[in-house]
Design a binder for this molecule. Sequence first.
Ligand code: THU
Length: 132
Amino acid sequence: MTDRKLLSMAAEAMANSYSPYSRFKVGAAIECTDGKVFSGCNIENSAFASTMCAEAAAIAVAVSAGERNFKRIAIISEGNTYCFPCGSCRQLLIEFAPDLEVLSARADGRYVSYSLSSLLPMAFGKEHMSNL
Ligand code: THU
């Protein structure tokens, strides 16, 4: 799948964003190694701390469908700057995909690509839990 196609799937999910508080719509589409794609949007809540990011929504749907191997995620917002995953989402993603490629797009369609490991260096992971 092309980067553009994955980004357009993220944009489709962004249209469903429930973001009445921030009015900042975000969409994400995560591509599995088997080629399947799962997407999500941010889902805000009047109890602000219960808000879910688009990336968290996408990975929750994917893992719930039995997927655990991912190769790429596309993230897009309506903003004029590149939308990168927040710290918490970086941690959520690295649990499953330390080698994930992260495509981050602006509203005008321009995008950049980074490795997740460069966005979250020296991450905590299961290998650090010596009792396992
Ligand atoms: N948000 C995401 O969905 N993903 C990110 O990577 C950054 C932030 C959402 C959460 C909230 O609904 C809104 O953007 C403003 O923070």
